[in-house]
Design a protein around this ligand. Structure first.
Ligand code: F6R
Length: 608
């Protein structure tokens, strides 16, 4: 979603602002803007609808050597994507960029009669509110920001500059991330540390309710109640290669193909095949605490939710005494669900910033339930607010569609389940096959990606004109089919839905006709024959079926079969999901669409 950058130092601010905004493009946006100030406080404000390239065209005619500025990519919430609604917004001498939503903006607007509003945004209301405290020298800039924020309901990450103080930036956050990069004679601001990579390795992650006044060589942080905060400077671990395409045409393909490596990172130091044990340091639960767990609540959105569903199937298989409930965060936060005291909640999020997931985390904590994060983004809000956690360590995921995070989330949660099972005394013979397969997975993932890639590309070309798809699976292949359908719909815009095979006769079978094709996951195992009967039912009604299976002997007359050669059985649905990922990718390129930034979507959903 929206992105913020800021710069104060000795270099050209415009250069950092533009390159920083480009780094944040992956988050999704529909307009962009920057403002810089020269030493006398004269401002150059540039804003454009659409891509950053449009902003760069304006920049070419307005290049400045100004050494301070702020910038923004906007994902429209209040008011259409347009130049006038793009940030920065101005009120008097101040300029403001803002991520989040000011919920009480209408009431606040009523009280700001002096300001002539030029946009439809909630952000301009906040700018005018800050200015009402700042103009006439009532308060210094940082104090004016604090006074205004005390009246605000909603979420924000903001950066503010003033023409009267062209050497300082004020930033603040509540519910929307902000990172302050510590440089030599320069300070950089970003809503996502990836914009800082290559500029500095040192960063301060602001907490909710904190306001920072930064100059090129000072950072002063206070709470909204004016208490000083001693900032912890952390290291940014990401390197440049991790946020570049590395020779691939799209980030999505790069991220799909790097799964052998990213999965190996998830497993590093956590799995011992000699003793058939799993060791996770992060959750911070004692053996006694693990033994007491009777319920797991797994919370996530979209792909993270699907990862939770799939992990839940596994955990139930080897830990019989436990019930697992996997829930959609946007629903769960408003349910009146009672969580038994002997529960632990797994909070699953790649970005660690998803608003609904974060809200659930806070609600669950209020009930006194231990929360464990299954998070990728280091230092993100969820990672910092959970009681313990297991980072998935897949590195930055830039493409909007989540791929490598899914695979590692499933395995990280399954490993957490295994640690519970170990503590509960589940026999090592039960856990061994899971641990052995997990250890083999990175290699198996590599084999499947390389052996199926060309075939999937060819199949995708055949189906690229369809507008409807049905994904089918049962047991562990069912959550995998849900994830397959999500991947296809979000990037190729094909209407794709997943059904459990057993549900077909209860309604969806009526859909089967020439407008649809069906993707059926058929892992070997006890339910294989039942799934075969379901495929027969689809074929009998003229279905256009693509089967993905690890059963060598599969020989039904379907239109296409992707046979996966693997020694893995339990985790075969994860391998089948790789086929879905590649299929969605090639369908999207065949349809000539924007793979990495699908329409209407943002990478990190920081608003409700
Ligand atoms: C789909 C996708 C989304 C995210 C969801 C949760 O490909 O990327 O469905 O999985 O928005 O995001 P995180 O994991 O960042 O909480």
């Amino acid at each position: 979603m929206c992105g913020i950058v800021g710069y104060v130092g000795n270099k050209k601010a415009q250069s950092f602002l533009i390159s920083g905004l480009k780094r944040l493009e992956y988050r999704g946006y529909d307009s962009a803007g920057i403002v810089t100030l020269d030493e006398s406080g004269a401002a150059t404000l540039l804003r454009a609808k659409g891509k950053i390239a449009n902003l760069e065209e304006k920049l070419a005619k307005n290049a400045k050597t100004d050494k301070i500025g702020i910038g923004h990519t906007r994902w429209a919430t209040h008011g259409e994507p347009s130049e006038k609604n793009a940030h920065p917004h101005q009120a008097g001498n101040i300029y403001l960029v803002h991520n989040g939503i000011i919920e009480n903006y209408k009431e606040l607007k009523e009280s700001l009669k002096d300001h002539r509003f030029k946009s439809e945004t909630d952000t301009e209301v906040l700018a005018a509110l800050i200015n009402s405290f700042y103009k006439d020298g009532k308060y210094p800039l940082a104090n004016a920001v604090v006074q205004a924020l005390k009246l605000v309901q909603g979420t924000y990450g903001i950066a503010v500059v003033s023409r009267k103080n062209p050497d300082e930036i004020v930033v603040a956050r509540s519910g929307s991330p902000l990172v302050v990069g510590v440089g030599h004679d320069e300070t950089l601001i970003a809503s996502d540390a990836s914009a800082l990579v290559g500029h500095t390795k040192r960063a301060i992650y602001l907490n909710d309710g904190e306001v920072a006044l930064v100059t090129k060589n000072s950072i002063e942080i206070r709470t909204l109640n004016s208490e000083p905060v001693s900032a912890k400077v952390e290291e940014i671990e990401t390197n440049l290669a991790a946020i570049q395409k590395g020779g691939y045409e799209h980030f999505l393909l790069k991220e799909i193909m790097e799964q052998p490596k990213s999965l190996a990172e998830t497993l590093r130091g956590r799995i011992n095949t000699k003793t058939s044990t799993v060791h996770l340091g992060g959750p911070g639960l004692s053996e006694a605490e693990l033994r007491k767990i009777k319920h797991l609540v797994i919370v996530g959105c979209g792909t993270a939710y699907h990862a939770g569903l799939l992990a839940g199937y596994y955990i139930e298989q080897f830990t019989p005494e436990i019930t697992v409930e996997t829930v959609i965060a946007s629903e769960y936060r408003y349910r009146s669900a009672y969580i038994p005291k002997d529960s632990v909640a797994l909070i699953v999020s790649q970005s660690g910033e998803t608003a609904d997931t974060l809200a659930c985390l806070r609600e669950i904590k209020k009930q006194g339930i231990k929360t464990i994060g299954i998070v990728n983004a280091i230092g993100s809000t969820i990672a910092r607010e959970v009681d313990g956690g297991t980072y998935v360590h897949v590195g930055p995921e830039i493409s909007v569609a989540s791929t490598k995070a899914f695979t590692s989330q499933v395995i990280a949660m399954t490993m957490f389940g295994i640690t519970i099972a170990q503590a509960k005394g589940v026999k090592s013979g039960v856990l061994k096959p899971y641990i052995e397969e997990i250890a083999k997975l990175p290699k198996e993932v590599e084999n499947v990606l390389s052996s199926t890639n060309e075939q999937i590309k060819t199949i995708a070309k055949k189906y690229a004109k369809y507008e409807h798809a049905i994904y089918l699976g049962r047991d562990t292949a069912y959550p995998a089919s849900m994830e397959g359908a999500l991947k296809l719909k979000e990037i190729s815009y094909i209407d794709a839905n997943a059904y459990a095979f057993g549900e077909l006769k209860h309604g969806p079978l009526a859909l089967v006709d020439d407008r649809f094709f069906e993707v059926a996951f058929l892992p070997k195992g006890t339910l294989f024959d039942k799934a075969i009967s379901n495929v027969q039912e689809v074929l009998a009604r003229g279905g256009h079926v693509i089967v993905v299976t690890n059963e060598k002997k599969f020989d039904m007359p379907v239109e296409n079969v992707v046979k996966i050669t693997t020694s893995i059985e339990l985790f075969a649905p994860i391998l089948m999901n790789l086929v879905s990922q590649l299929f969605a990718y090639y369908m999207t390129t065949a349809r000539g669409l924007n793979v990495d930034q699908p329409r209407n979507l943002a990478k990190s959903v920081t608003v409700e």
